[in-house]
Write a protein that binds this ligand. Structure first.
Ligand code: GDG
Length: 487
């Protein structure tokens, strides 16, 4: 096996401990088993850009290589462009986008600095696997620096229609640079289809087969690789955790009430505001369930250096306070909103204790929490998953109660339906979902991608002769956006 070099914005440095987030959940098992280099941001901002090479540390078979960001890079590349423009657009939430040309320039320049720092770490036989929206232009920037290794790219989040992506002025330039990868992977076939449409309309690619593009005489393979969890392993962890003092304490605190559970990074795409509205509607319309249910929403704070995330935190706290003060009673608090994270194994135990798993993102690449909730259930007495139809996971978990997350009434109705569902229906639905996830694992996911990358015939220098991005190129003028882009 060739050495694997993974590039992702955040690197789960062992000394920083476990962090909430799907990318690490998906990738860590592969790196730990196969070994390799994990390169990205240290999570630290420094006063000025250091010229020295990436900082190296080792744990097990993994070499971690990280660089600090300057304050300006952090703001322009990470907070404003990656999280303020690309994250909402790729989730088809354009009204949340805040574009500034200077941020876009910093995004490209910071990607170039990552490329410069990665270059000396690369060896001829390495497979380079770049992850997520922080690094859309990195494949092009690496080619421009003469990197001929196979380069794969995986997008963990959804890909929108070209009309929505085109709302970001540098959309065409981003796609052109990304097309310098040999394999580009997506969570669902819908994401892949949207990307193919963007590649042919916003860049000069030609689609020559369902999963094959051609550009400048090179072929770019596309593929669908749904991110997975190790379901049997998570089930075993949930069973163990269910007997732990922490989970036992939660159970005692419920005093026989049914637990409804949500676990999400505190992020606008996770539909938390709409979810609380749905729960409130349930409380308003189902007085018979008062004192018989408790909704625990665990929402570890995320990206608190981004202003819109701080605003969301405040908004959620306010709605939670209103629900408890207006729908609760002196002897009953219907909602517990916790913004602290916890060990993943404890979460597994909570999931097992929950009668209802409420997973209602407005849009989500996959949503591993949905799969974890299924895996955590007691097969003899499983709970019910309520899942947004706009999560990638809904394609595999179609036996969940699928809802439109924008519709509080639909969420309220699904909660009632879940609470009264017969034992038999719960088991039938759960078995179908378990079958959909039990055979897969994050290792299979990683190997499937890397197999495709190795087989793509990538890495031949002749095929990557022409640079696509001139260093410090000026941003192109905004491309034409169809007038019916979003109504
Ligand atoms: C991105 C995409 C895609 C949650 N709280 C804690 C904690 N978690 C763990 C969960 C789960 C993971 O974090 C979250 O994964 P998701 O997939 O649900 O969501 P994102 O973080 O948005 O992930 C997503 C994913 O990448 C993988 O490709 O599915 O669409 O957005 O594993 O259990 N873990 C710990 N403490 C917590 O408090 N340790």
């Amino acid at each position: 096996m060739n050495r694997l070099v993974v590039v992702s914005n955040r690197v789960p440095l062992p000394e920083k401990g476990a962090q909430a987030g799907g990318l690490a959940t998906a990738l860590q098992p592969l790196l730990e088993r196969e070994g390799g280099v994990w390169f990205g941001w240290s999570g630290t901002t420094a006063a000025k850009a250091a010229e020295q090479p990436a900082r190296i540390s080792h744990a097990g078979r993994v070499t971690y290589a990280t660089i600090d960001l300057t304050k300006a890079e952090h703001d322009g590349y990470y907070a404003n462009f990656a999280n303020g423009v690309l994250w909402p657009l790729l989730h088809s939430l354009p009204e949340m986008m805040r574009f500034d040309r200077g941020d876009a320039e910093t995004y490209f320049a910071t990607n170039a600095r990552f490329a410069d720092r990665l270059l000396p770490l690369l060896q001829d036989e390495d497979l380079v696997w770049v992850h997520d929206y922080h690094f859309l232009p990195l494949p092009g920037l690496l080619r421009e620096r003469g990197v001929a290794n196979p380069i794969g790219f995986f997008l963990h989040i959804p890909f929108p229609s070209p009309e929505i992506l085109a709302l970001a002025p540098p959309a065409g330039k981003l796609i052109a640079a990304l097309l310098q990868a040999d394999v580009i992977g997506f969570q669902t076939s819908a994401d892949l289809g949207n990307f193919a449409a963007a590649a042919t309309t916003l860049a000069d690619a030609r689609q020559i087969a369902a999963e094959l593009l051609e550009i400048d005489g090179r072929r770019v393979r596309l593929g669908v690789f749904p991110a997975e969890i190790d379901a049997p392993d998570f089930a075993a962890a949930a069973l163990r955790a269910a007997r732990s003092p922490t989970v036992e304490r939660l159970r005692r605190s419920l005093g026989g009430q049914s637990l409804i559970l949500g676990v999400d990074r505190l992020d606008p795409t996770k539909g938390l505001v709409q979810r609380l509205a749905g729960y409130r509607r349930f409380l308003e319309t189902e007085a018979a369930w008062h004192r018989r249910v408790v909704f625990l929403q665990i929402a570890p704070v995320s990206r608190q250096d981004v202003a819109s995330y701080q605003a969301l935190r405040a908004e959620l706290s306010q709605s939670a306070g209103e629900i408890n003060s207006e729908c609760g009673d002196p002897d009953w608090t219907p909602l517990r909103l916790i913004t602290k994270g916890g060990p993943r194994t404890t979460l597994a135990g909570y999931m097992r204790a929950a009668r209802v798993g409420l997973v209602t993102p407005l849009r989500d690449g996959m949503n591993l929490v949905a799969k974890e909730y299924v895996a955590a259930q007691d097969p003899e007495d499983p709970g019910v998953l309520i899942l947004s139809r706009f999560a990638g996971a809904a394609r595999q978990l179609d036996a969940a109660l699928l809802v439109n997350p924008n519709d509080p009434d639909a969420i309220a109705e699904a909660i009632t339906r879940a609470l009264v569902m017969s034992h038999r229906e719960r088991q039938t639905r759960w078995r179908a979902m378990w079958q959909a996830i039990a055979e897969n694992s994050p290792l299979d996911w990683g190997f499937a991608f890397l197999r495709t990358l190795r087989q793509s015939g990538a890495g031949k220098p002749a095929s990557h002769a022409a640079p696509v991005i001139a260093p410090r190129a000026k941003l192109p003028v905004p491309i034409h956006t169809p007038s019916n882009a979003i109504n």
